[in-house]
Write a protein that binds this ligand. Structure first.
Ligand SMILES: [Mg+2]
Length: 231
């Protein structure tokens, strides 16, 4: 085991429970807009369709095929189109409402705070996220994650998205870390794990869904608590 000094965390789907929080926000918006009374689809179908469309758009964003504004302009129209909701029945401001509401939710993965409390005195902790400044900042304060991290790099401020080596370089420059003494923890095999590996950083693949893969990873965990025994 190498001697690590700096640990870089991804935020969404790694510490902050994106699915749990987004699902809660969507269920509230479903009730608020009385979408059930329009009789087209259930609450569960809204959530499922949201993730199908959202994953597709985020993948396009991460591959530079679309921009942030495209992601936001296309998300709910695509969801409602798939669900068969006519344009005149669609809530007009739901994208803005979703963006305001979802980051205020505070669900984190099990043992996230326990892990960070354990690591904080021993290592310098940082965030590298492909999310956007305002949103990620709100998520971190809502879930009381913000005080653990010294450097927080978003793709928006960096101008590059993981796995681009330039976002990792910026993170090292800002934190004063060296790749050989750094560890990247994340749930995305391409952005987090591939990006860090190509940059010479060891990686921890957070894989709570136990998806099978053929990537080379330094460590793989199913729950955050496993990191406590590893570090
Ligand atoms: Mg992630």
């Amino acid at each position: 085991m190498k001697t690590y000094k700096h640990i870089f965390f991804d935020l969404d789907h790694t510490l902050w429970d994106y699915e749990g929080n987004a699902g809660e926000a969507l269920r509230e918006l479903y009730d608020h807009h009385r979408l059930g009374e329009k009789g087209m689809f259930s609450k569960a179908e809204l959530v499922t369709t949201f993730f199908e469309v959202n994953d597709m758009l985020w993948d396009a964003y991460n591959h530079h095929r679309i921009q942030r504004k495209d992601l936001r302009e296309r998300r709910f129209p695509t969801i409602f189109k798939r669900l068969g909701l006519p344009i005149e029945l669609r809530p007009k401001n739901i994208e803005l409402e979703y963006i305001a509401l979802s980051p205020t939710k505070d669900k984190v993965f099990d043992h996230a705070h326990e892990l960070l409390d354990y690591l904080n005195p021993k290592y310098d902790l940082h965030i590298i996220t492909n999310g956007f400044d305002d949103i990620q900042g709100t998520k971190m304060s809502s879930s009381r994650l913000d005080h653990y991290f010294k450097v927080i790099i978003t793709s928006e401020t960096a101008g590059f998205r993981k796995p681009d080596p330039r976002i990792f370089q910026l993170a090292l420059d800002k934190s004063g870390a060296e790749a050989g003494h750094s560890l990247m923890v994340g749930d995305n095999l391409r952005a987090d794990i591939g990006g860090a590996r190509d940059f010479g950083m060891d990686q921890v693949f957070f894989n709570p869904g136990r998806k099978s893969h053929t990537e080379r990873v330094t460590y793989e965990i199913r729950g955050l608590k496993e990191l406590i025994s590893l570090l």
